[in-house]
Design a protein around this ligand. Structure first.
Ligand SMILES: [Zn+2]
Ligand SMILES: [Zn+2]
Length: 380
């Protein structure tokens, strides 16, 4: 399926992407590199600027039939890479530490094979999606009229996963990733001279009450449908000075549920709690949400397709529990069957988003082979 020179070029390309990570929504150069690299495996159509910086490569049989979409992500993370590969990030404070560089290389591998042999019917869309890490990219792509013109009948994706044996697939029907929302809380009182705190209004007590109270909204095991979690991710009070009693505080909490249905209730409870505390302390309050991820559910027919593809590709599959982390691929599953599988990155590898994470290049042909088998199953 892949020649040795394919593997060498795809590995080199993965490392080139690794050198130049770009943050969510600003992946212009990464998108440009993908398009430039794929002139060697030319698609029938290239769409750029999808949902911002997204790219879709379309391989068309020219005959009627279903459309199969495979998705990868363009973005990297605002984390300084501490690993020391030759191709370590050249950009301070940014790194491809979620393995999206590897996902992109896999889609390029799929494109190379499709360029040599178009599907027998229908078409394949290779989507390089922006801004996955902030939960904004899939929604932006779906809202783009240019995407409506190539809307697929089935959508597939994968995520590399440290902790699973290298090259093993983890897959299950139903909930695959939790829904989550970032609640950004600002409390405003009045500053005072540090020697006369009573003349001001400090949010200190409110902040101190809210951190454990919000955390306590979580409960249930990760496999329960009622599972929920609230994680304080940031808290700030006043300024870094000794002369001023604080007048403002900011608290950020990530709320998480196994399914979308539970999320509205969890948000309502969190908001009511914050409102009560702010009111009791006489503080002004504002709340907003960011990084809104819907739950990701794997459709049974898409899971069955991936199982057949793994068997055909000789890749071992095991059942895995849902991931607590969020993933915006779920949005593509609202209007069509969709499924995402996990591809083991090895049991001893650092975890995703760790500063020394590095995608294992050996997975490039494995993930690509599973996708190609799935495409052949549907389109011949
Ligand atoms: Zn990530
Ligand atoms: Zn990721």
């Amino acid at each position: 399926m892949f020649t040795n020179s394919d593997i060498a070029e795809l590995t080199a390309f993965r490392r080139e992407l690794h050198l130049w990570p770009e943050l969510s929504g600003a992946e212009e150069e990464t998108a440009r590199r993908v398009v430039a690299f794929m002139t060697a495996g030319a698609p029938d159509k290239v769409l750029t600027g999808l949902g911002g910086t997204g790219v879709a490569l379309v391989y068309d049989s020219g005959r009627a039939g279903p459309s199969v979409m495979i998705r990868a992500e363009l973005d990297a993370l605002p984390i300084e890479e501490t690993g020391t590969p030759d191709y370590r990030s050249r950009i301070a404070g940014r790194g491809h530490l979620c393995g999206h560089d590897g996902h992109m290389a896999m889609l390029c591998a799929v494109g190379r094979v499709l360029a040599r042999q178009r599907p027998a019917r229908g078409r394949v869309i290779l989507l390089f999606q922006p801004a996955e890490e902030t939960g904004q990219g899939a929604a932006a792509v779906l809202a783009d009229p240019a995407f409506a013109a190539i809307a697929p009948d089935i959508a597939l994706s994968l995520h590399n996963m440290p902790g699973l044996p290298l090259g093993h697939v983890g897959l299950a029907e139903g909930p695959a990733n939790c829904a989550s929302r970032g609640l950004d809380i600002r409390l405003c009182g009045r500053t005072a001279h540090a020697s006369m705190p009573d003349t001001g209004l400090s949010p200190m007590r409110a902040l101190a009450r809210l951190m454990p109270a919000l955390t306590a909204l979580g409960g249930g095991g990760p496999l329960d449908t009622g599972f929920r979690m609230a994680t304080v991710t940031h808290a700030a009070l006043g300024e870094a000075t000794f002369g001023v009693a604080p007048g403002a505080a900011r608290l950020m909490v990530t709320l998480r549920c196994l399914e979308d249905a539970g999320m509205d209730a969890l948000c309502a409870e969190a908001e009511a709690l914050v409102r009560d505390v702010a009111e009791a302390e006489g503080l002004e309050l504002s709340m907003r949400y960011d990084d809104v991820f819907l739950a990701c559910r794997n459709a049974p027919e898409a899971v069955a397709l991936l199982r057949r593809a793994c068997t055909a590709a000789g890749v071992p599959v095991s059942e895995v529990p849902p991931m607590l982390g969020s993933e915006d691929f779920g949005r593509f599953g609202h209007d069509r069957p969709a499924a995402m599988f996990l591809l083991g990155a090895g049991e001893d590898r650092p975890q995703l988003h760790n500063p020394d994470y590095d995608f294992p290049d050996d997975l490039i042909p494995v993930g690509a082979a599973v996708f190609l088998q799935a495409i052949r199953e549907v389109l011949g």
